[in-house]
Design a protein around this ligand. Structure first.
Ligand code: ACO
Length: 435
């Protein structure tokens, strides 16, 4: 075996440098020896950190948190236990887990002023917008959170955020429905309490269906982290400025809310409803193959195999339907999957169902409205964001994120006074046009 280096020769100058390879990577800054930068829009082939949290092998369809396979966690763990694992790095002992649960429950209430803040949103405000705004506002309630280098402060903010985010999420939903807010019930499990805050009406105590509570636990486990995706990268970039974690989570949630990220499951539901019946599936496949549209919930930047999370959700759907009644969209989804997985177009491009293909069908059967899908995602992902943020601020190699650009604009030019400008002005083809 040769040296763990790669030799780069700049053919313009003949200059040759050996760049060390470590962990399958070269350091982009080493290219500076040749006066070069690496150009990588959307960071397609750039590792921005070393992380011990989540491992993904997209070709083999493997996902692990802290070394534990997602299948095993989904089957045996609870969301709060998995959150502990992700945040702290190890599974808890019984006593540590009891303390962790108590600590999270201690933070489920929100300040009454925050309730009034939510009240100020328009009656039809999207719950994701309310969540983003309200989590950002938390920063003003806990100014000590700016001490991001203080371990005890990080611990408290992590527990607070994981504790409060379901309350804010449920209040956002109740606000959009004009329903009174339901305060947390700490006798219930994390997900049971969330269902109570969402759906409790006049009954004195809400008793969540154990199958639905379990399904939500599993869905939260599956969404708890996914290494350096768009929202986590946002969390890390904001965190690198040493901003407090509340504003960083608000930013991460804003990224998650985009249709290319955390709300594709909404698109899946629209698509399945539009297809309407199993007979129309071949027609849709034809449109997709003709390049007219994409099959939503299919394909993934990292997974070039069946997304392991989609497999778990598909299996669980039937348990949920035994309680809720079958969501008829499942038959259309299964037929779509069956045809697509045999079709050369999808096979050759390695397009498989991703996590969003089946999750929306379950959420819908559970009466969770489509607008809440990204909000549910954000509740679960808060554990991952906080773990990634803590890893970032304690990583001595990290600095404020500040990428380079390749400037392709004008050279220096002289300012022409307004009354002397005849030609020019912004062209329609430029980013904003003339007006
Ligand atoms: N339907 C049909 N064709 C597809 C699909 C799809 N869902 N996804 C990719 N392709 C095709 C592309 O047209 C392209 O074909 P070509 O080589 O003939 O041009 C090829 O497969 C590669 O596609 P890319 O766009 O280069 O793949 P990329 O990795 O950039 O995109 C993405 C991944 C955005 C997820 C894409 O597969 C997609 O749009 N899927 C549908 C939306 C979706 O389900 N998003 C949720 C992702 S999971 C998550 O964020 C939680």
């Amino acid at each position: 075996m040769g040296a763990a280096t790669v030799t780069v020769i700049d053919n313009r100058t003949g200059k040759k440098v050996d760049l060390p390879i470590q962990n399958g990577a070269i350091r982009a800054t080493d290219l500076g020896q040749l006066g070069l930068v690496s150009y990588d829009p959307a960071l397609l082939n750039t590792a921005v950190c070393k992380s011990k949290i989540t491992y993904i092998d997209g070709d083999r369809g493997i996902l692990r948190y802290r070394g534990y396979p997602i299948e095993e966690l989904a089957e045996k763990s609870s969301f709060l236990e998995t959150a502990y694992l992700i945040v702290k790095g190890e599974l808890p002992t019984t006593s540590h887990f009891r303390m962790w649960q108590q600590n999270i429950k201690h933070h489920t209430l929100i300040h009454e002023n925050l309730k009034q803040f939510i009240q100020g949103f328009r009656y039809d405000a999207h719950p994701m917008g309310i969540l983003i705004g309200t989590v950002g506002a938390l920063s003003t309630f806990y100014p000590e959170a700016k001490n991001v280098m203080d371990l005890e402060s990080r611990r408290v903010q992590t527990r607070r955020l994981i504790g409060k985010i379901p309350t804010i999420a449920a209040f956002a939903y109740r606000h959009s429905r004009g329903l009174p807010y339901v305060y947390p019930d700490n006798e219930l499990a994390y997900t049971g309490n969330f269902l109570s805050m969402m759906f409790k009406m006049t009954e004195l105590k809400y008793r969540p269906d154990p199958v639905l509570e379990h399904a939500l636990e599993v869905l939260f486990i599956l969404h708890a982290d996914h290494e350096q995706n768009c929202s986590t990268t946002t969390m890390r970039v904001i965190g690198s400025a040493l901003s407090d974690p509340y504003v960083a989570v608000a930013g991460a949630a804003a990224a998650l809310g985009g249709p290319r990220h955390g709300s594709a499951n909404e698109e899946v539901i629209h698509m399945l409803k539009e297809i309407g019946s199993v007979d129309h599936v071949p027609g849709l496949i034809k449109q997709v193959k003709g390049g007219e549209r994409r099959l939503m919930g299919f394909g993934h930047r990292v997974y070039k195999n069946y997304d392991p999370r989609a497999k778990i959700i598909r299996r669980m759907a039937h348990q949920v339907f035994e309680v809720t009644g079958k969501n008829p969209l499942i038959d259309i989804a299964l037929e779509l999957e069956r045809i697509a997985l045999q079709d050369e177009y999808f096979v050759s491009r390695k397009l498989y169902p991703n996590v969003d293909f089946y999750s929306g069908i379950i959420y819908e059967a559970m009466n969770l409205p489509v607008a809440m899908f990204p909000v549910l995602f954000a509740i679960a992902r808060t554990a991952g964001w906080m773990a990634q943020w803590a890893e970032l601020v304690t990583d001595e190699e990290q600095k404020i994120a500040r990428p380079k650009q390749i400037y392709v604009g004008h050279d220096e030019r002289a300012y022409v006074p307004l009354d002397q400008r005849r030609d020019g002005g912004a062209l329609e083809t430029e980013v904003y046009g003339p007006l």
